[in-house]
Design a binder for this molecule. Structure first.
Ligand code: SAM
Ligand code: SF4
Length: 348
């Protein structure tokens, strides 16, 4: 058997992403269909108590870092108290959240006071009209206010997640200005084939008017192209030469991003390349869905039923389940296209 906290390929697995809800106040075109996805029956969703019990067991199996995600994690009532109870578990060293930012003006300070360490805010464009189209009704000013609130509350680092989709109208260079005056770390993420089961169906994984209906290879922009675009556009706009940031100088993170910086900028620009550069060799995570399924890989539909164990099993059963997840974690996603569940249901 592999040592505690490692999988059968020798990778250290110390990071658990927990989806606390499948609900959301946005309907991003690459994440949900316009009508949303049918919400799970509330009885199917793990209670905070169940999540905390799972987290305690996970610590015993090597987990020390937790990220709360969703759906939109801040729409779940009681999230601040949940953060505080998770933070109190001995062995949990840091807690992060991934959010669309809309509710940060209300919660950022309370979250910091509860012990939240890090925040990733999703923002795919700085154009208000395009923002409304991508999120299907969201307001850019709300997410920008969320970024301000994160800074004011002392959250550091503040990272921005921007998913790049070729057929969406995204001005990538506009993000460079964000990094100039504040230590904001923008990470461009390759659009991933999650949801839609791989079939290009209307209303599928990406269902804007401008996309074909589901993830397609045409919509995928490889990170090398993103960097080349930023470099050329940055030079033309007088930002200077985009430079690689040494690993030691990059903002700390739990995932595999490569960082760059325009001369004199306080923040950085990173790229995350799940598809174009296989990073499975560095994978360090497990995922717990809002309905209590334990996933060993974002792209694999193989799930272990943690909810059944939480509701009918012993502590020993729970530990055995997590060990089984570690033992069965695949070596790579093998470029699989499409999953049964969408990102908002898995917890991106
Ligand atoms: N609602 C929160 C938010 O938007 O930050 C948390 C959940 S969301 C599913 C987590 C992240 O997944 C977001 O940054 C979102 O942009 C990203 N995401 C959703 N669908 C994606 C896809 N098909 N490819 C790449 N990233 C995706
Ligand atoms: Fe909601 Fe986040 Fe999905 Fe957008 S990406 S629909 S904000 S869960």
């Amino acid at each position: 058997m592999a040592p505690t906290g490692t999988d059968s390929f020798g990778r250290r697995i110390d990071y658990l992403r927990i989806s606390v809800t499948d609900r959301c106040n946005f309907r991003c075109v690459y994440c949900m269909p316009p009508e949303g996805v049918p919400w799970r029956d509330p009885a199917d969703i793990l209670t905070f108590e169940e999540i905390e019990r799972f987290a305690e067991a996970a610590v015993g199996e090597g987990i020390s870092k937790i990220r709360l995600t969703g759906g939109e994690p801040l729409v779940r009532k009681g999230i601040v108290e949940h953060v505080s109870r998770l933070r109190a578990i001995t062995g949990i060293e840091a807690i992060a959240i991934t959010t669309n930012g809309v509710l940060l003006p209300r919660y950022a300070q309370q979250l910091v006071d509860a012990g939240l360490n890090r925040v990733n805010i999703s923002l795919d464009t700085l154009d208000a009209k395009v923002f409304g189209e991508i999120t299907r009704g969201g307001r850019l000013e709300d997410t920008l206010a969320g970024i301000d609130a994160a800074f004011a509350a002392g959250m550091r680092p503040v990272k921005i997640n921007a998913v790049v989709v070729r057929s969406l109208d995204q001005d990538l260079l506009s993000f460079a200005a964000l990094t100039r005056d504040r230590a904001i770390h923008v990470r461009f993420i390759e659009y991933m084939p999650v949801g839609g089961e791989g079939e290009p169906v209307p209303g599928g994984a990406c269902s804007s008017d401008t996309t074909a209906g589901a993830w397609t290879i045409e919509d995928h922009v490889p990170s090398d192209e993103i960097v080349a675009r930023l470099t050329a556009e940055g030079l033309a706009a007088g930002y200077g030469q985009l430079e690689a940031v040494a690993r030691g100088d990059a903002p700390g993170g739990w995932g595999p991003a490569t960082y760059y910086r325009f001369p004199g900028a306080q923040g950085t620009i990173g790229v995350i390349s799940p598809l174009s550069h296989h990073f499975c060799g560095e994978c360090n995570r497990l995922r717990l869905t809002a309905d209590g399924k334990l996933r060993t890989c974002l792209f694999s539909d193989d799930e272990l039923d943690a909810r059944a164990v939480l509701r009918g099993g012993t502590e020993a059963d729970l530990h055995a389940l997590i060990q089984e997840a570690l033992a069965s974690k695949p070596e790579s996603h093998n470029m699989r296209i499409g999953t049964l569940r969408r990102m908002s249901q898995i917890g991106g």
